[in-house]
Design a protein around this ligand. Structure first.
Ligand code: T4K
Length: 399
């Protein structure tokens, strides 16, 4: 969008380089080199090396949790959690999440039972749980979304009253605080992602947190014999180890977390300020936390008021090199793996279906600054003002 011409209709893209949606933390080359030199000097790449051990200690201190067990990514962490918790039959999980949440259950031979989410917070709808419970349900997986949290305390009480196991996919929630307690300390287990797009990055990676010694021993033995600590019998083992190179990046990312969090918060507030006057776009604020990592910017597009659908706005922004995307899309219950049970959920997850059609994720993190955010908001405002023109352009050109 240069000289008032949208890139979609032949103008030049506003941004010369693509602005991605994730955190994408890169330490300085000198720091990276020094960390890698240490690994070369020690001649030790992986298998619970000194950097992984250091990272586990620092995470435990930072999160105030008894056990932080580093892993190669959160997907395998969720699979390990299902095994360690000895879940069986069915587990309730929101459908409005990344596909790894329910897929980790499928890998463990457990049927996911999809729950709807709360329309204002996007977190699991606790008032819908009763209708999903049957004698085969053995647990609940809460998903802490968007740098916010489910109502974790209410979920703990609920799970206790129904004698169900409770654990959390906290891939989005590193550093977030509920009632002066860091996320990591709720339910039996919490799993974080340290993927490159997350606020704490190991490039790929994650950690599993628990305050339960027995579960921690089981998890360490499931992860691998390296770092297993006390040997306890487990039926399934895996390779969920984190490498030294992953841990080296994560340690630098942890050092820089306060700065990155502040930067994200500042960018988020800029979005809030600049988007609040534009009709039909609602920025979702992190729910249920007193401190957020602000690692995601997610907005609902109300098509009739904004003038364009979410999908059309994604096309307009992508042409300007703003790599906004649909998030999450489709709902997990509409993905190939769960086709067989779609009839159960076709009409029972109205909020999830609405959000999958309405939500857009916008860039935040290390690759954007406040000027870029202000320009993205300007493009969105211009898209609203020129919605009729853009819509007919998209139709005529079958885009
Ligand atoms: N639970 C939840 C709720 C999750 O959101 C996730 C993962 C998980 C569990 C599982 O965690 P992990 O097993 O991944 O640890 C991304 C991430 O791979 C994934 O971590 C994340 N959530 C998911 C929602 O998004 P992709 O495949 O859609 O990312 P991608 O490649 O499209 O990257 C996003 C943008 O960043 C693109 O514009 C490209 C750009 N990019 C990406 C990378 C990796 C770069 O410019 N450089 C890079 O190095 O999944």
């Amino acid at each position: 969008m240069k000289n008032n011409k949208f890139a979609l209709s032949g103008g030049d893209a506003f941004f010369p380089q693509a602005l991605p949606v994730g955190q994408l933390y890169f330490p300085s080359w000198d720091r990276y080199k020094a960390a890698m030199r240490g690994i070369f000097e020690r001649r030790y790449y992986t298998n619970q090396g000194p950097l992984v051990q250091q990272l586990e200690g620092r995470l435990q201190d930072y999160l105030g949790v008894k056990h932080a067990i580093c892993i190669t990514n959160a997907t395998i962490g969720l699979m390990m959690a299902a095994e360690a918790l000895e879940l069986s039959g069915k587990v309730i999980v929101p459908s409005y999440t990344f596909i790894a949440s329910p897929q980790s259950l499928s890998w463990a031979g457990i049927e996911p039972v999809f729950c709807d989410v709360d329309p204002s917070t996007h977190q699991i709808a606790i008032d819908k749980l009763d209708s999903l419970i049957d004698p085969h349900v053995s647990g609940i997986m809460g998903v802490n979304l968007w740098g916010g949290a489910c109502d974790v305390l209410a979920l703990e009480n609920y799970a206790k009253s129904k004698n169900l196991k409770l654990y959390f996919d906290s891939a989005h929630a590193f550093g977030c605080v509920v009632d002066e307690k860091k996320i990591a300390n709720f339910g039996s287990i919490e799993v974080f992602s340290f993927h490159a797009t997350k606020v704490l990055s190991a490039t790929e990676g994650g950690c599993i947190c628990t305050n339960d010694d027995v579960l921690a021993s089981r998890l360490r033995n499931i992860r691998s014999s390296y770092g297993a600590g006390k040997i306890v019998p487990v039926v399934k083992t895996s390779n969920g180890r984190m490498s030294e190179a992953q841990a080296a990046i994560a340690l630098m990312s942890l050092d820089d977390f306060p700065d990155n969090q502040k930067n994200n918060e500042n960018l988020f507030r800029t979005y809030m300020e600049r988007l609040k006057h534009i009709p039909g776009i609602k920025l979702v604020k992190p729910a249920g936390v007193t401190f957020s990592n602000y690692q995601y910017v997610v907005c609902e597009i109300q098509k009739t008021t904004f003038g364009l659908s979410r999908d059309s706005l994604v096309k307009v922004l992508n042409a300007e090199n703003v790599m906004a995307r649909r998030y999450f899309y489709p709902g997990a219950h509409r993905t190939t793996g769960y086709n067989d049970s779609l009839s159960l959920y076709e009409y029972s997850l109205p909020v999830t279906d609405y959000l999958c059609d309405a939500c857009i994720q916008l860039p935040i993190g290390a690759m954007v600054d406040t000027n870029a955010v202000a320009s993205i908001c300007k493009i969105i405002e211009n898209s609203h003002r020129n919605a009729d023109y853009l819509q007919s352009f998209l139709i005529e050109n079958k885009k």
